[in-house]
Design a binder for this molecule. Structure first.
Ligand SMILES: [Ca+2]
Length: 75
């Protein structure tokens, strides 16, 4: 999600920040970040990305989607 080619904890953090409106995502980014496909970006999405980053999730959709996800890292 930060365009480094891997799904890491930082990608979860970006999704968390989007969930509480600290960062603004465009529509295509929102669609990608919504990994549980419920129409919203929430802590649940961020948690699933985090689980994937530490190999607790076998959700291959996240792997293929988030690896392609180009999003700047906000400080
Ligand atoms: Ca969601």
């Amino acid at each position: 999600m930060n365009n480094d080619g891997a799904v890491k904890a930082i990608d979860s953090l970006i999704a968390q920040r989007a969930a509480i409106a600290l960062v603004a995502l465009d529509n295509s980014q929102k669609k990608l970040a919504d990994v549980n496909n419920d129409g919203k970006i929430t802590a649940s999405d961020a948690f699933e990305i985090l689980r994937y980053s530490i190999n607790l999730s076998k959700n291959t959709i996240i792997g293929t989607m988030i690896d392609e996800y180009v999003l700047p890292v906000y400080e």
